[in-house]
Design a protein around this ligand. Sequence first.
Ligand code: NDP
Length: 285
Amino acid sequence: MTISGRTVVAGVAGSPVTHSLSPLIHNAWLAGAGIDGVYVAFSPAEDGFARFVDGLRGGAVRGLNVTIPFKETALVLADEVSARARAAQAANLLVFEPDGRVRADNTDGLGMLGALAAQAPGFQPQAGPIALLGAGGAARGAAAALIAAGAPEVRIVNRTLEKAQTVAADVGGSCAAFPLEAAAAAFEGVAAVINATPAGLAGRAAFEAPLEATPETAVVMDMVYQPLVTPLLAKAQALGRRTVDGLEMLVRQAAPSFEAFYGAAPPEGVDVRCLALTALERPRP
Ligand code: NDP
């Protein structure tokens, strides 16, 4: 990669951010497309994100992906907010305009729907109720995207019931809240179960989801991608359910960001999923 006087700079901001796969994905696409650009990771101080974004106003950096713990602050700092970022109450994408304005968007919902379409061909969000585990930023974005895509009902199942109730009320549409203990009831008759909690992440305890209560046709998706086959997906596969992994979502939420930063769709023929899998398998410092 050659850095020139025209190199377009974009990146990801988070804390911690060193393990992010986004630089690997975006730089592989840049190389494949022959675009004079670079994508780097930034780790602003946890209380310094507003200062960091202010310093970038005017376009020294074309844009940022935003990850934990800055997604909610990113939304507040932006001058223009897309409808889907507003619905999610979180932004994973900031674009810096030359006149100093900052635009916020959220592509997580697109990534989730894209992953479902790719790994569960024929799945339709309209096919039936969808159970969503979690009531954090990812669940909020997913619920809004599912309702917008025509899901007849989204059942938000969360450890803290009040949070599920708040998300259900905020997202509107046909959203209902369930405590984690009532997961089996929430799983009845669903078209899909989607985990939007960190439960099952390598090194953390997994939540024992009563997937037996789902219909045989249900699709089970996990936003967690480390390990690629989480305990939830392993159980789903053992029950014969179709599964969708979080890595597919990660790659698919990155594509619209790439387009926003560099003005072109990711090139076809660059297997970023394979690159990401190799990186995930490497022992991490
Ligand atoms: P938040 O911290 O905002 O939300 C976490 C939610 O998970 C809360 O509702 C919390 O419940 C619940 N939760 C946490 N631990 C457990 C547990 N052990 N058992 C049951 N519930 C639990 O996180 P985000 O919403 O930002 O992200 C959620 C997950 O999704 C993360 O692992 C993240 O990496 C992943 N993600 C993946 C993406 C991808 O592209 N693949 C994109 C975005 C997110 P409570 O309210 O009770 O605290």
